[in-house]
Design a protein around this ligand. Structure first.
Ligand code: ZN
Length: 142
């Protein structure tokens, strides 16, 4: 497959707001900074989480709530474009009190206790997500 090449434009750190929505807060940081393409990681803790699992056979997301305080062991994702707006695609791994981990595709409704974001703004071609028949997902296409 053909990769798209970028130069790192700038990198940043941001403290995300207590009681903020994790997905929307990440989007806001990129949007308010005028960044259209990027990559990020975040760590911290959430009060409750809303995530999804994509069923490859039925091509549908099943969402579920992890309704307990949890550590953000890892939240990684990227920023590109969908329908003229920036789109944040993120996955999250959460550590629970008993040491086990749960996670999935990050959805709105994940409430921040505390979180630190590290982001990289990428300089280069803007990628747009378009519907892909084979997977049923909105994937990058140039
Ligand atoms: Zn995903």
């Amino acid at each position: 497959m053909n990769p798209w090449f970028y130069k790192p434009d700038k990198m940043f750190l941001a403290r995300l707001p207590h009681d903020g929505d994790l997905l929307l807060s990440i989007k806001n940081v990129f949007k308010e900074s005028g960044i259209q393409m990027g990559f990020f990681t975040a760590i911290g803790a959430v009060k409750t989480a809303h995530v999804a699992f994509y069923d490859q056979r039925t091509k549908t997301y099943t969402d579920f709530i992890i309704d307990e305080p949890a550590e953000i062991l890892s939240c990684v994702g990227n920023v590109s474009e969908v329908d003229g707006d920036i789109s944040v695609h993120a996955h999250i791994t959460l550590g629970l009190k008993d040491g086990t981990a749960k996670g999935g595709h990050l959805l709105e409704g994940t409430i921040i206790f505390a979180s630190e974001l590290f982001g990289i703004a990428l300089d280069g071609q803007r990628l747009e997500r378009r519907f892909d028949d084979i997977t049923g997902l909105k994937l990058w296409s140039s």
